[in-house]
Design a protein around this ligand. Structure first.
Ligand code: MG
Length: 170
């Protein structure tokens, strides 16, 4: 059961992800969480660094879709700023959310990766859907109240893993 909460790999930020390596593995589509994965939860602005990273992705012929449980106007504004399709109010870890995102991407689960900052939504959902999962360290300490509670549990779970290559999860 615990295995379903373990990511396949972890990095500090999305910018550390080796896009060429993903491509070499046959990955064609990325499902990106929004809050604290591509922008801090308290920010409504897509940074130039993010835009550049996304354009590198595009140059490699890869697609991306934002999959967020959030539904606020800020979420669609960020998606529009970076020009990515958005599936909002996704109710991750619900499996259907990931199926919906793959439909948008036009990819199979073998050709897709899920990238997110939460074990109980992004990682669990990705694992349930049979998709490779990459965990990132949350970009900010701004969290929804229920997320704050889950963070403590996340830290405990990640501690159980071999910690040598794990980033420090706050
Ligand atoms: Mg998040």
């Amino acid at each position: 059961m615990l295995k379903l909460l373990y990511p396949d790999s972890f990095v500090k930020t999305i910018f550390e992800i080796d896009i060429e390596e993903l491509k070499a593995r046959g990955i064609r589509g990325l499902i990106l969480d929004l809050d604290n994965t591509i922008v801090p939860r308290n920010s409504a602005v897509a940074t130039d660094e993010l835009k550049e990273w996304l354009s590198r992705l595009e140059q490699q012929g890869m697609k991306a879709c934002i999959l967020s449980n959030n539904w606020k106007q800020r979420v669609s504004s960020i998606a529009a700023q970076v020009g990515l399709p958005l599936v909002a109010r996704a109710a991750k870890p619900r499996r259907g959310a990931f199926a919906q995102a793959m439909k948008v991407l036009g990819t199979s689960k073998e050709e897709t990766v899920v990238i997110g900052d939460q074990l109980f939504t992004d990682v669990l959902g990705g694992n349930l859907a049979g998709i490779h999962t990459i965990l990132v360290v949350p970009m900010s300490n701004h969290e929804a109240p229920h997320t704050k509670i889950l963070r403590k549990l996340e830290r405990r779970i990640m501690k159980r893993r071999t910690t040598r290559e794990a980033p420090n999860l706050r």
